[in-house]
Design a protein around this ligand. Sequence first.
Ligand code: CO
Ligand code: CO
Length: 411
Amino acid sequence: MKKPDLAKRKKVMGRSIRLGHCVCDPSKPCPCPMFQHHNVCLCAGEHLPVKGPVDVKLTRHVRSAGCASKIGQEDLHAVLSKLPKVTDKRLVIGLATADDAGVFEIRPGTLLVQTVDVFTPGVDDPYTFGRIAACNALSDVYAMGGGPVTALSIIGFPIHTLPHSAMTAILRGGMDVLGEAGAVLVGGHSINDDEVKFGLAVTGLVTRSALTTNAAAKPGDVLILTKPLGTGIIALAGQLGRASARAQKAAAESMATLNRRAAELMVRHRVKAATDVTGFGLLGHLTRMMLESKATAEIAFDALPLLPDTLDYATAGMYSGANERNASFSEKHTRFASNMTEAEQAVLYDAQTSGGLLMSVPPLRAGALLKALHAEGIPHAAIIGRVTLPSSRAVKVERSAENVFGNISAC
Ligand code: CO
Ligand code: CO
């Protein structure tokens, strides 16, 4: 360890001792427990020796992983509903419809798409976490049919206890994904935080004709989901040390994949209604889409693409507390077929990190779009249900696709 600068230490600690509180963390006395046990004064800029390269396991440094760290829809609504309404003629999509991103017309015909997403790691590897967080943040621009242009990074990192190399790796992961998206990192903000967090504020562009919203699903449409479900369940199983390498690898690969190609194909096939599946789970995002579109969705559980082992882990009770939060919003809008198990319902509530796009597609174009998605390297894309006229519930879940589509082929 470097020799402490005793003059500096004396100066800072003198102030702390006079005040009776540590000046860096007033909840602690001076000398603080760190000083007493390790002879290190953080206020004087001293560090515990951080040995590098160290194999940092990021999920050990968070409470709830990934999008499960989100505030639930009910709490969020209670808070946001107390705020004044934003009315500006240039605001095309604001908070009111709970869409994926805000859309603002800066000049006639030029729409800005803006979104911010920050969350805690659901994987241990810092570089992979950086990639996933960036894919997740960019996804909200893709869900609006837009293309990202610039991004600002936001990072919380325990700079005194984890090696700097881990923070570098997180940021590099984010930058690599921005490169793949054709977007540019223009700046950022960092916080010395007990819990690791990372994300991006992204600005994109979209034209009026390409704009996709969560309020434009039409009865008769077919629902397509582009990525398999189960990232939250696998992350929790991983934190408990019970996830298979196969499941963790598949989840990490899926989360670290951009929705760029899927969005481009969606726009080319003139889809008007889309969202992405993230922290509120498939049911939460689908419910929101149906409420905003004033329609009902019928989905089939056996048509859903799932990550490996997801249903096994759910059956063993390995789903996070975020499920209860998601259920408290979606449950009252959903009718489950009576033969659905609790584990199957848990998959539908599971908070997804960097999940797929959920598109509502006119039936005549659904087959061609699905084919194009498969051909362009999005193999898990699947038709999961259809949109009907509004009924008493926003979403109906059947066990089998036959009950949703009858004998007619979906395409
Ligand atoms: Co979203
Ligand atoms: Co978001």
